[in-house]
Design a protein. Structure first.
Length: 278
């Protein structure tokens, strides 16, 4: 279905470095990145362009726009967002979406990777000592830094800082002009190896999903559409909130199947049971 076809990667931030090898080897496609494609029109992490819709809608729009502009029927795009983890409230998370669209075969396959592996961070900087402490925290210089006057302003924003001299000069400039400095991690993939690593994991997950065929119609992308709780407690046998099964559904023929005990556990510990440990 895919071997020998051209696969467009809709990026301007070098994501093809981790995406292309996975799909060229896994699907036999020929990956390419369109010249002069500007994905920043769909939003920027640093705030110059607001993202108008959620990450899922954005990644779809980004991929379809590039496919239309460069006349390609097979495309892939990614979109990430950063913030507090939805269930671990003291931790930051990288929420990555990757989409694969095949217009020729009317396929759209999406995967998501929610990762705690991120250096996403920002703080107000009062002096050069605080600046270098911040730089150490965020793994500078392998990970770039953004400086601006304050977190809600675009004035004087300096992005992609990767050298100590550039960091010091930018700080001194902002302090002298605006009287304040706010530092944050540059989350663009080409400036953030940690994020690039999460994108690689997401790409591998997408490839595995594409290669999973529907048992009924053999369409690629037979994937999880629902998660059912109810794993029984090992003491009282009452259902717990832990996962009992995954539901897989085909987007083409709607065939579905249930896979029980996906985490190789047939019972749950009593400590996670609302009856034994209310």
């Amino acid at each position: 279905m895919f071997k020998g076809r051209k696969l467009l990667i809709a990026t301007k931030h070098h994501k093809e470095q981790v995406i292309a090898p996975i799909f060229e080897k896994g699907l036999g496609v020929h990956c390419f990145v369109p010249e002069n494609y500007d994905s920043d029109v769909f939003g920027t992490f640093s705030g110059e362009v607001d993202r108008k819709v959620n990450a899922l809608e954005t990644v779809r729009a980004k991929c379809l726009a590039a496919m239309a502009e460069f006349d390609c029927d097979l495309g892939i795009a990614s979109e990430g967002s950063f913030g507090i983890h939805p269930s671990i409230f003291f931790a930051h998370a990288d929420n990555e979406f990757l989409i694969f669209i095949d217009k020729k075969n009317d396929l759209e396959i999406i995967v998501r990777e929610l990762s705690l592996d991120t250096n996403f961070y920002g703080e107000k900087i009062l002096n050069i000592e605080m600046l270098f402490d911040f730089a150490t925290k965020v793994q500078f210089p392998t990970h770039a830094i953004i400086l601006r006057s304050n977190p809600s302003e675009l004035s004087g924003i300096i992005k992609g800082i990767t050298t100590t001299s550039q960091l010091e000069d930018s700080f001194e400039h902002l302090i002298s002009v605006y009287g304040s400095v706010y530092a944050e991690t540059d989350m663009r993939a080409l400036y953030n190896p940690t994020r690039m690593g999460v994108i690689k994991i997401t790409a591998q997950k997408l490839l595995e999903t594409i290669k999973t065929e529907c048992p009924s119609c053999k369409t690629p992308g037979f994937s999880i559409t629902d998660v059912r709780s109810g794993l029984p407690c090992s003491w009282c046998s009452m259902p717990t909130r832990s996962t009992l099964s995954f539901i897989y559904t085909c987007k083409k023929c709607s065939f579905s199947s249930e896979r029980r005990y996906p985490h190789q556990k047939t019972t749950e510990e009593p400590g996670y049971c609302d009856s034994c440990n209310p």
